[in-house]
Ligand binder design. Structure first.
Ligand code: C5P
Length: 392
C-alpha cells in the first residue's frame, strides 16, 4: 500500500520516525512530506533512511518524478499527518498549497488521519477548534491529542498519540470493510474463581488471542463487543467492552447480548471449576493439607451451541489441547455444537501470551485448514472462514 506521512514542526516528530519505520517494515511504500520547519526538528535524511525513499518538502520536489504532488495524491491509499501542529491544521483547513504536504492533501481523495500535537492552550483555542471542525466536516479523521506531559514540561491535552496507536488506527482505516453491518461478540482472557478475598483459581491466558480477533474484526468494519476477564494486554480502541471476573459473570454478560449479534467467537480460557464456597475472610495458613470442594462452571459456548439464541448465528470456539489436537478438536466441535473450532497446541509456557499459534481450523462441514503463525495471522484466517460462512 502506498502511504503519505506528513510531518509537521513539533517535537513529537521523533515519534513519527518510529511510525515511518513500522509502516515500512509492514511492507508499505511510505512517502514522507515534511514541512520546512519540521526539517529543523528531524532531518529529511533520517526519514529517507527509515523509508528507503526520497523525502519531499517543496511542491516542486520530485520523489516520484515531475509533478509528484499530483502522482502522490492520486496513488496514495491513505495520508497520515503526525504531528499536526496548529499552523499546519490552519493551512490544511484553509486549503493552502504552499508546500508538498498541503498540496498533496488537496489533491488526495483517500482517507486522511491527523494526529495533532501542541500545547493544551493552543488546542483549546477557539481558532484551532474552528479549523479542526472544518477539517472534520471535510472528512478528516482525528486521533488524539491525549492528556500527558507536553513540550513545555506541563501536563494537559495536547500530546500526540503514541506511534503504536496511530499505527493501529492506520490499519483500521486501510482495511477493506468486509464485515460492515455485522456484529460480533468475542470472549477473551482468563476467569478468576476466588475462594477467599485474596486467592483464586485461574490460568495463564493473557487475552492476546481474543484481542487480536477483536482488532481484526473491528478493522473489517464489524461492531465488536469484547466480554473479557482480567487481561494482561491492552483492550483495542473502537470496541465495546464488558469486564468480568468469574465464569458466572462471563456467562451472564454473554447471554445479555447473545441474541443481538451475528457471530460469537469464544476465545476465553474459562475456568472449568469454581470453589463451591467463597470465604468472606482470608483463609488462615495451616500446616496440614487443605481440601477445597470445587464445582463445575457452566460451559458458556456449549450452552450457546445448544440454545442457538438467534437463527443463522455463527458460533466459533477454541480448544487448547496438550496432545491429539485435531482429534480432540473434532470431538469438541461436535459436543459444543459450533460451526468452527480452532484447535491449538498448548503446554507449559506455550500457547498462552503473545506467541505463535500452531493448530487447525475445523468446520462443521468437515473442512480442516492449518493455522500457523502469530495471533494476528490466526485471527485473519478465522475471520476469512467466518466470512465464507456468511456467503454459503
Ligand atoms: O472445553 P474447553 O475449555 O476446551 O473448550 C474451549 C472452548 O469453549 C473455548 O472456545 C472456550 O472459550 C469455551 N468455553 C466456554 N465456557 C466454558 C469453558 C469453555 O465458553 N466454561
Amino acid at each position: 500500500m502506498r502511504l503519505v506521512l506528513g510531518v509537521g514542526a513539533g517535537i513529537a516528530a521523533y515519534k513519527s520516525c518510529e511510525l515511518a519505520s513500522r509502516l515500512t517494515q509492514d511492507g508499505h511504500e511510505v512517502f514522507i512530506c515534511l514541512t520546512r520547519e519540521a526539517t529543523r526538528f528531524v532531518s529529511p535524511r533520517t526519514f529517507a533512511a527509515l523509508t528507503h525513499r526520497p523525502v519531499s518538502v517543496e511542491v516542486g520536489d520530485e520523489p516520484l518524478g515531475p509533478i509528484s504532488h499530483v502522482t502522490l495524491a492520486r496513488t496514495a491509499a491513505l495520508m497520515v499527518v503526525a504531528p499536526a501542529t496548529a499552523d499546519l491544521i490552519a493551512r490544511m483547513a484553509e486549503g493552502r498549497a504552499d508546500d508538498m504536504l498541503t498540496a498533496v492533501y488537496l489533491g488526495l481523495r483517500a482517507p486522511v488521519l491527523l494526529a495533532p500535537a501542541m500545547e493544551a492552550e493552543m488546542w483549546s483555542h477557539p481558532a484551532v477548534k474552528r479549523h479542526v471542525e472544518r477539517l472534520r466536516a471535510d472528512g478528516v479523521v482525528f486521533i488524539g491529542p491525549e492528556e500527558g506531559r507536553l513540550a513545555s514540561g506541563l501536563a494537559g491535552r495536547g500530546r500526540m498519540s503514541e506511534a503504536a496507536r496511530i499505527h493501529d488506527r492506520i490499519e483500521w482505516l486501510a482495511t477493506p470493510k468486509t464485515l460492515a453491518g455485522r456484529s460480533l461478540l468475542i470472549t477473551a482472557g482468563p476467569t478468576r474463581e476466588f475462594f477467599d478475598p485474596v486467592r483464586f483459581l485461574s490460568n495463564p491466558s493473557s487475552g492476546s488471542m481474543g484481542t487480536a480477533v477483536a482488532k481484526a474484526a473491528r478493522n473489517r468494519g464489524a461492531r465488536v463487543t469484547l466480554v473479557h476477564g482480567p487481561l494482561s494486554v491492552p483492550v483495542p480502541d473502537g470496541v465495546d467492552t464488558v469486564a468480568v471476573t468469574s465464569a458466572l459473570e462471563m456467562e451472564a454478560a454473554v447471554f445479555r447480548c447473545a441474541s443481538d449479534v451475528d457471530v460469537i467467537i469464544a476465545t476465553a480460557a474459562v475456568s472449568d471449576w469454581r470453589p463451591k464456597t467463597r470465604q468472606s475472610e482470608k483463609v488462615k495458613k495451616q500446616e496440614t493439607a487443605m481440601h477445597w470442594e470445587m464445582v463445575p462452571n457452566p460451559d458458556i459456548l456449549a450452552r450457546l451451541g445448544h440454545e442457538r439464541a438467534r437463527p443463522g448465528q455463527i458460533l466459533v470456539g477454541f480448544a487448547a489441547e496438550t496432545s491429539d489436537v485435531a482429534e480432540r478438536g473434532r470431538e469438541k466441535l461436535r459436543q459444543k455444537g459450533v460451526d468452527l473450532l480452532l484447535a491449538n497446541q498448548v503446554g507449559y509456557e506455550r500457547g498462552f501470551g503473545p506467541g505463535d499459534v500452531q493448530g487447525v481450523l475445523l468446520s462443521r462441514t468437515g473442512t480442516e485448514e492449518p493455522v500457523v503463525g502469530d495471533k494476528t495471522a490466526a485471527a485473519q484466517i478465522l475471520l476469512d472462514a467466518v466470512e465464507r460462512l456468511f456467503t454459503t
